[in-house]
Design a protein around this ligand. Sequence first.
Ligand SMILES: CC(=O)N[C@H]1[C@@H](OP(=O)(O)OP(=O)(O)OC[C@H]2O[C@@H](n3ccc(=O)[nH]c3=O)[C@H](O)[C@@H]2O)O[C@H](CO)[C@@H](O)[C@@H]1O
Ligand SMILES: C=C(OP(=O)(O)O)C(=O)O
Length: 438
Amino acid sequence: MAKILIEGGHPLRGRVRVSGAKNAVLPILAASLLGAKGTSVIEDVPHLLDVENMMQTVASLGAVVERVNGSVRINAERIHSVEPPPELVRRMRASFVVAGPLLARFKEAVIALPGGCNIGPRPVDLHIKGLEAMGATAVIENGCVHFRAPREGLHGARIYLDIPSVGATQNIMMAACLARGQTIIENAAKEPENVDLANYLNKMGARVRGAGTDTIRIDGVPELCGATHAVIPDRIEAGTFLLAGAVMGQGVYVENALSDHLTSLLAKLEEAGVEVEDDVSGIRVWPAQGGRLQPLDVKTHYYPAYPTDLQAQMVACLTTARGTSTVTETVFENRFMHAAELQRMGANIHIEGRTAIIEGVDRLYGAQVMATDLRAGAALVIAGLMAEGITEVHGLHHIDRGYDNLVGKFQMLGARIQRVEDDAVVEVKPGAAVASGG
Ligand SMILES: CC(=O)N[C@H]1[C@@H](OP(=O)(O)OP(=O)(O)OC[C@H]2O[C@@H](n3ccc(=O)[nH]c3=O)[C@H](O)[C@@H]2O)O[C@H](CO)[C@@H](O)[C@@H]1O
Ligand SMILES: C=C(OP(=O)(O)O)C(=O)O
C-alpha cells in the first residue's frame, strides 16, 4: 500500500503556493450542468481525486468535460441522463449537489445518498426539505433519492435552514437559479466557497444576491450559459501549511493564501505566540518563541468561526504546546479519530464528549499511523514533521481526495518527506506534480 515517509525534526522554510479550493470547485463543476448554451472554462482547478470524481460524474450525464492543464472546460448543452452512477456519487459528499442543477433544468434527478469523510452521520434532510419547498417531490428507494419537479418546473420559496449547511445552501441556490420567481434562503451558509459558487452562477447569467451573508436572494431566470471563472484559493490547504509553519517553520510564506478567509485561524495563531504577516500575495508565519505554541482553547463552528476542516491539524500542532489546550468540535459528531493515531506518536489527548483535552508533551515520536479521513491525514503529516524519528502515514486515498501534491509542496519547504507507491519510491522534484491517485 502507498504510504508517506517523514523524517521529522527538520525546519520548514521558503514558500509554497496554495491551489484552487476543493470545496469551491466541486459545486462549481456541478453548477456547470445548468449551462444550456456555451462552454464553461473553470481555472485554477486542483489535481484531486474528488475533482476527478466530479468530472467523471458530470461526464457520465453527457457533458463534455476536458482538462487542459490547470483548467477544466465543460459543455453541458447535451445531457442524456439525470442519474449519475451511484458508485461515483458514493465516493464523496459533494456529488449530492448535482441534484439541484439537474432537477431545475431537467425536472428530475436520481442521486445516490452521498459518501465523503467518515466524521459522523451526514444526513441530507435539509437539501431535501429545501428542494421540496420549491415544489419537488423526493422518494428514497434503494439508497437513492428520486427527485421530481412539477411539470411547470420548480418555483421560488422562502427557505429557513435549521443549520447553515454548506451543501444544502449550494443545492438550493443552484436549483433556484432556474426556478420561477424569487427564492430566499435564510440562515444560509456564509462560507467563501459558497460566495465563489454564487459569483460563478452570476457569470452564467443567474441573479444571486447576498451570498456570504445569512440571507441569499435568488431571482430565477429562464436559461443559463457557460462562463469563465477562476476558483478561489483553498483556505483549508493554506491553513494546513500555516499551521505546519507555525510549529516547524523558520519563516514559511504561503502564497495565494487570503487572510480575509482565515481570520479565525490567524487570530488563534497569534494568541499562540506565532508571528503572522500578510500582504496582497499571501501570508507568512514565524514560529512562537522556542518553537512551541502557547496552549489554546479552540471551538469549531460555521464560517467565519474556526473551521472544522482545520481542527485535526490544530490538534496535531497543540500536542507539543506549553500547557493544556482544549479543542471542541461542534460541527461533526465524530471527528476526533486522529487523536488515537496522534497518541501512538506520544501525544497526550483525552476526549470528553465533543472536546479534546490536549496536555502538551515535550516531543512526539515517529510511528506507523493511519489517516482515517482527509484532514486527519494532514494532521498526521504535520505530526510526522514535528516528531523525532520516522513516521509512516498510511491511508493516502483520503489525503489524495483533497490535497494537490501535499508531499511535493512540503518538499519545497525543505521537509524530509517522500511518497512511496507500493514498494517503489516516487521522486518528487520541487515544482513537479505528484499524481493524485487512490
Ligand atoms: C464538499 C464540501 O464542501 N464539504 C464541506 C461541507 O460539507 P457539508 O456540506 O456536508 O457540511 P454541512 O455544512 O452540510 O454540514 C454541517 C452540519 O449540518 C448537518 N447537516 C447537513 C445537511 C443536512 O441536510 N442535514 C444536517 O443535519 C451535518 O451533519 C453537519 O453536522 O461543509 C463542512 C462544514 O464546514 C466541511 O467540513 C466540508 O469540508
Ligand atoms: C470533510 C471534508 O470533505 P467532504 O465534505 O468532501 O467529506 C473536508 O474537506 O475536510
